[in-house]
Design a protein around this ligand. Structure first.
Ligand SMILES: *[C@@H]1O[C@H](CO)[C@@H](O)[C@H](O)[C@H]1NC(C)=O
Ligand SMILES: *[C@@H]1O[C@H](CO)[C@@H](O)[C@H](O)[C@H]1NC(C)=O
Ligand SMILES: *[C@@H]1O[C@H](CO)[C@@H](O)[C@H](O)[C@H]1NC(C)=O
Ligand SMILES: *[C@@H]1O[C@H](CO)[C@@H](O)[C@H](O)[C@H]1NC(C)=O
Ligand SMILES: *[C@@H]1O[C@H](CO)[C@@H](O)[C@H](O)[C@H]1NC(C)=O
Length: 370
């Protein structure tokens, strides 16, 4: 018969292991189940479906960034030449202008407690850094031809998509110089070392792996910082566009759940948001996909997406001049698929090792007490 000490030791070790496990896995704030579901009817949180310059309106917004810590959204309100900031904690539908007189914005990244904004200026051929409520932007590095994407790493080096040369540049904050990290300058193609008019960029800061929307190749490429070779993680490897779930059509932006490696894509020409699981051969639609239009289950040229801390999806619905929110309705875990050649989670080995460690500890304790 076990006595009370054995049980309390077991509970103690179990708590220790659980703490270890959760600290390990919860580096990233948001974790969304790869099998989660969202309401397909969206709610407009900014915008009125028609272009305008009032504080509750937008005019062809071309970029959006969700600042997780402050729970705010920044919108590159392109045709109004301004950046709008909107608090998700607020019940009103008006935004405030945090920067203005900026031409041809095509993407936005926000840093430093929401106070520093980096914008890609497509026809101005550069990245500019703006301080909230500042009157001037400051150019970052050298020119960036047809600049359409921007992201920062932990050291604050700036990654810029130079779609005009089919490449991605990394600007070093330390040396003020740029190097090519993806694609080949002035050469487009659909092999693994080429890009064709890349647009959005997303970096997983946990491992410095980044993802590029290779727009004219209708695919998403994933690559390591130290290699110009990339692999296709969504869409057709050969660059063929299409509407079936194995394809994409002019993807503009990508968002990656850093813990699960699940990627979400603004599949612009298909007017939908697609989800692709790691190693999947097809994706599935989580929002839009009901034709181009401005009904609440439709999108029109979506060009950016993000999730808030509760797992709700936000879409910059460019040609509808609005930001749509799709509420998370199910965060259920995925059914276990018994198929050895099919890897749903890359994380399973880690989980198994933890489980094995946990069980071994349990056995050790039992042996000691018996
Ligand atoms: C806003 O739009 C109105 C009419 O569409 C125009 O008269 C006004 O000048 C615009 N304001 C700014 C700041 O652009
Ligand atoms: C974001 O939150 C931080 C901490 O509360 C605050 O210091 C900062 O001013 C906020 N940023 C903006 C843009 O309001
Ligand atoms: C960084 O490089 C750019 C382009 O070569 C140059 O215009 C700029 O003055 C440099 N900035 C600094 C701080 O050296
Ligand atoms: C979704 O469920 C997982 C557990 O399966 C949990 O860790 C996570 O926080 C949930 N995410 C959201 C956004 O509720
Ligand atoms: C197992 O997964 C592979 C690769 O995704 C797939 O080709 C195969 O059809 C799957 N087999 C079954 C029985 O589902």
């Amino acid at each position: 018969m076990k006595n009370i000490h054995e049980y309390s030791s077991n509970i103690f070790i179990s708590i220790q292991v659980s703490i270890f496990y959760y600290t390990y896995i919860s580096i990233e704030a948001i974790y969304i189940s790869p099998c989660a579901t969202w309401n397909t009817v969206g709610i407009t949180i900014i915008g009125t479906n028609s272009p305008g310059n009032a504080s509750n309106q937008l005019n062809v917004p071309q970029g959006m960034f969700l600042h997780q810590q402050n729970n705010t959204i920044y919108v590159a309100d392109t045709n109004n030449r301004r950046i709008q900031m909107f608090s998700l904690d607020s019940t009103s539908s008006t935004a405030i202008t945090v920067a203005s007189n900026i031409d041809s914005m095509s993407a936005i990244y926000v840093d430093d407690n929401g106070l520093t904004m980096y914008v890609a200026l497509r026809y101005e051929n550069r990245i500019e850094k703006w301080i909230k409520s500042g009157v001037n932007g400051e150019q970052v590095g050298n020119q960036c031809k047809q600049c359409t994407g921007v992201w920062l790493d932990n050291e604050k080096n700036v990654y810029m998509t130079e779609s005009g040369t089919h490449s991605v540049l990394r600007w070093s904050v330390e040396t003020n110089t740029s190097t090519v990290v993806a694609g080949r300058i002035d050469a487009h193609g659909s092999t693994s070392d080429h890009l064709y008019f890349p647009r959005g960029i997303y970096m997983n800061r946990l491992n410095n792996v980044f993802y590029i929307t290779d727009m004219r190749n209708n695919r998403i490429q994933k690559l390591n910082m130290n290699s110009q070779e990339s692999i296709t993680v969504a869409g057709s490897k050969d660059g063929i566009s299409g509407y079936d779930n194995s394809k994409l059509a002019s993807p503009i932006h990508v968002w990656v759940n850093e813990e699960s490696d699940v990627i979400y894509i603004a599949d612009s020409e298909n007017n939908r948001i697609q989800r692709w699981l790691p190693n999947a051969l097809i994706g599935n639609t989580i929002a839009g996909g009901a034709g181009r239009g401005d009904a609440n289950n439709q999108l029109s040229s979506p060009n950016a997406l993000a999730f808030d801390n509760l797992g709700n999806l936000y879409v910059c619905d460019g040609n509808n001049h609005r930001i749509q929110m799709f509420q998370l309705i199910g965060n259920q875990t995925c059914p276990i698929i018994i198929n050895c050649s099919y890897s749903l989670f890359k994380k399973i080995p880690t989980i198994s090792i933890n489980t094995i460690m946990f069980l071994s500890l349990m056995m050790l304790i039992d042996i000691r007490f018996n």
